[in-house]
Design a protein around this ligand. Structure first.
Ligand code: BTN
Length: 240
């Protein structure tokens, strides 16, 4: 395994990697006991206490950058299952990890260029041991932790190592070889979804995942594909 870095506290593990890009090797993974200024997708903040496991992994010139987030989401599902006894672990496209209808993990991949090296910083936040009160107080009705769902929380270091290793394996694997496993976990397929873009919202049925990782949807005008950068996908009547 490449270098694993354990910090006591940091603003954001993604920022830590960005600030140390030159000296960190490909595959370096960092975690912190406490992350004080975590960021989520689409400009959101990522609330945390020390019950959340933040980690980021650095990839230098990874293959198929556009599907890296999807492959990381799949890897997190597999790593969680290798460490905990869980009910079904699904993906809300493109990469929220859902267990028992609750979001247990979010992923934020960010790109950074260093000379002629294209770097991807894959940031993963796993809700490990927050209690119900944490989600209530932070107004996160769709969030849950491994503790709230299963009654027990795994060791953070064991989880960190398992996730870092599995994500690295999946990121080295072409998406074509991950597609079947990814598709099998995507809970949106077969459901009506609201596709919320900058200036427009449309409702359609999600029917498939395309070979490029896009969500294939169908409405009265036919089939179309949606990329994760452009939109947020919600269920017909709420988050799922
Ligand atoms: C989401 O919006 O669902 C993505 C959340 C990603 C949070 C993780 S925690 C570790 C890494 N550092 C950050 O600042 N964000 C990501």
């Amino acid at each position: 395994m490449n270098s694993l870095i354990f910090l006591d506290e940091c603003g954001s593990t993604n920022d830590y990697i960005r600030e140390h890009l030159a000296e960190l090797p490909d595959g370096a993974a960092v975690t912190a006991r406490l992350q004080t200024a975590g960021r989520g997708r689409r400009g959101h903040t990522w609330s945390a206490n020390d019950g959340m496991l933040p980690l980021s992994i650095l990839f230098k010139n990874p293959i198929e950058r556009d599907t890296l987030t999807a492959r990381a989401g799949l890897a997190v599902c597999e790593a969680l299952e290798s460490v905990c006894i869980l009910p079904e672990v699904s993906i809300k496209w493109p990469n929220d990890v859902i267990i028992a209808q609750k979001k247990v993990c979010g992923i934020l991949c960010e790109c950074s260029i260093m000379g002629d090296t294209a770097c991807v910083i894959c940031g993963i936040g796993v809700n490990v041991s927050q209690n119900e009160e944490f989600f209530r107080e932070n107004n996160l009705p769709n969030g849950g932790s491994l503790l709230t769902i299963t009654g027990t929380a795994p060791e953070r270091e064991v989880l960190f190592r398992a996730i870092a290793e599995r994500v690295k394996q999946r990121v080295e694997t072409p998406f074509a070889d991950c597609l079947g496993d990814f598709k099998a976990r995507v809970l949106n397929i077969g459901r009506t979804v609201r596709i919320i873009g900058e200036n427009r919202e449309r409702t359609a049925v999600a029917v498939d995942i395309a070979p490029n990782g896009f969500l294939v949807c169908e409405d009265e005008n036919g089939r179309f594909e949606v990329g994760s950068g452009e939109v947020s996908v919600r269920g017909e009547n709420g988050y799922l």
